[in-house]
Write a protein that binds this ligand. Structure first.
Ligand SMILES: CC(C)(COP(=O)(O)OP(=O)(O)OC[C@H]1O[C@@H](n2cnc3c(N)ncnc32)[C@H](O)[C@@H]1OP(=O)(O)O)[C@@H](O)C(=O)NCCC(=O)NCCS
Length: 466
């Protein structure tokens, strides 16, 4: 007997586990093995598809049950040959549903025309090379932005701060190095019971944080989490360098994850790091390597090979996207929405075209917000939901890359709810300053730096040259 089981399944480590409950639940398709006395749920690596059941399930004489809701859909007895499509699901494993979302964008807008008041650049150059028209400059701290975003996401999920078990702060912008920033958000939220962790993989930090939190929820370490993507780049931007100064902006957003029995939330991810090229994107002047070398914190110099980053970003995001779709058994035309990292419109166009997804399925914020590093994906995701571009059950692909060069692609299935459960009046403190005034203040502070030490910025012991 041969059968093709074209069902949604999901991978995890090979293991099996006794379950006391039948392999049933909330209308989901599940896979398991039935023995005379036990019901046993199995994981198995997806590569082992197209193999006879016997070689996949070493115990001879077992039955394979495909169960949906209360009914047994399929029942195979050895030596059935089963082709398993898609990824595999462990019947005892929980999922991490996205139940809340919220962004906090600083209000002050820095236009291309503003940039051209102090840089040799033009609106036309920036728009044609990057797709950007404007970006935001924050008058508030990174922790303030992250906290407001988290409060909005929690209100949206209907979750009280004192019920939060984990705060992940995804960013490379920290108000201080010690203590960590997540603890500042935990404090400001009043989420006293929560553990608090920073994740820094540069522009991919939110998505790496999503992986971390989802894994901790699925394995029962915590039952919920707030995952934040936030960036406050304006204080350490090298505003004299037009190669980078036109590209970046400040912003933040957060999601709430909660344990769920439903097959939703993060379905799979592909994570990677193109570290051989880590030297092509570096912010010199931040970190212990520059300590005690007459380098003033904030007075940075960016190593930035734009064309090479562009090339590697297109390659890396495309490869990761294709890999996660294959892992999850999803084809490009099944993707409802792409929410990509927004570093450059041309990068996004190249990636989605290579993946076979049309641009009308892509959520774009790059024109209005530029590259907010770790904040781009969650801000775009929150706006996509609020604009009605995410529907119940939507399949959302989120590819990203950043310094390191870290890269990833995540596939998420949205849940049933696209309407917030609640709202909050949490907001940033008011500010009357324009973005250009704030940038000029930062530039003036940088100009006052007593010593800009070229030798210090050359930081002698970096890992590639040690
Ligand atoms: C940075 C980037 C927009 C530059 O676009 P590009 O088409 O590669 O442009 P080039 O670097 O070839 O520069 C073309 C010319 O414009 C000039 N130029 C660079 N920045 C400029 C600016 N802001 N305004 C005007 N001219 C500029 C260059 O000096 C160069 O002049 P030249 O031909 O006389 O030498 C593009 O490479 C990119 O987006 N790379 C990815 C970077 C990124 O997103 N990094 C973030 C990682 S999270």
């Amino acid at each position: 007997m041969a059968a093709l089981l074209d069902i949604p399944l999901r991978t995890s480590k090979p293991a099996y586990q006794k379950v006391t409950q039948p392999l049933l639940g909330s209308g989901q398709v599940r896979r398991g093995i039935h023995r005379p006395q036990d019901v046993v749920a199995w994981d198995l690596p997806v590569e082992r598809r197209d193999q006879p059941v016997k070689s996949v399930f070493p115990d001879s004489g077992v039955d394979l049950l495909i169960v949906q809701g209360d009914s047994i859909l399929e029942h195979f007895r050895e030596p059935a040959k089963v082709t398993l499509r898609g990824t595999l699901r462990d019947s005892t494993m929980r999922y991490a549903a996205i139940t809340g979302w919220g962004a906090c964008m600083p209000p002050a807008v820095l236009t291309n025309a503003d940039l051209s008041t102090f840089l040799d650049t033009t609106d036309d150059w920036i728009r044609s090379r990057t797709g950007m028209r404007e970006r935001r400059i924050s008058h508030a701290s990174a922790i303030d932005m992250a906290t407001v975003a988290a409060k909005r996401a929690l209100a949206c999920a209907g979750l009280e701060p004192d019920a939060v078990e984990l705060v992940i702060y995804g960013s490379c912008s920290n108000d201080e190095q010690v203590p960590n920033s997540a603890s500042g958000v935990q404090f400001a939220l009043g989420a006293r019971r929560a553990s608090a962790m920073d994740v820094n993989t540069a522009c991919t930090s939110f998505l790496y944080g999503l992986s971390t939190a989802s894994a901790m929820i699925r394995t029962g370490v915590v039952s919920n989490a707030v995952v934040i993507g936030v960036e406050l780049i304006s204080p350490y931007m090298d505003w004299n360098n037009r190669n980078v100064a036109v590209l970046f902006g400040d912003g933040s957003a957060a999601v709430v994850l909660q344990a769920s029995d439903r097959h939703e939330g993060l379905l799979g991810e592909e994570l990677g790091c193109d570290a051989e090229a880590r030297h092509i994107l570096r912010v010199r002047g931040m970190g212990c390597a520059y300590a005690n070398r007459n380098v003033v914190l904030g007075d940075t110099q960016w190593d930035f090979d734009g064309q090479e980053i562009f090339r590697r970003a297109v390659h890396g995001m495309t490869r990761a996207s294709k890999a996660v779709l294959a892992k999850c058994g999803v084809t490009a035309d099944q993707v409802d929405l792409v929410v990509p990292h927004q570093a450059n419109l041309r990068i996004i166009e190249a990636v989605v075209s290579r993946c076979g997804v049309p641009m009308d399925k892509v959520m774009l914020t790059v024109e209005r917000y530029g590259n907010m590093s770790a904040a781009t994906v969650p801000v775009a995701l929150a706006e996509a939901v609020n604009e009605g571009r995410v529907r119940p059950g939507s399949l959302i692909l989120m590819p990203a890359f950043g310094a390191g060069l870290t890269l990833c692609a995540h596939l998420v299935r949205w849940g049933d709810r696209v309407i917030p459960l609640g709202q909050t009046d949490a907001a940033l403190p008011p500010s009357a300053k324009t973005a250009l005034e704030m940038v000029n203040e930062i530039r003036a502070l940088k100009a006052q730096a007593a010593v800009r030490s070229a030798a210090g910025l050359a930081a002698p012991r970096l890992v590639e040259t040690a």
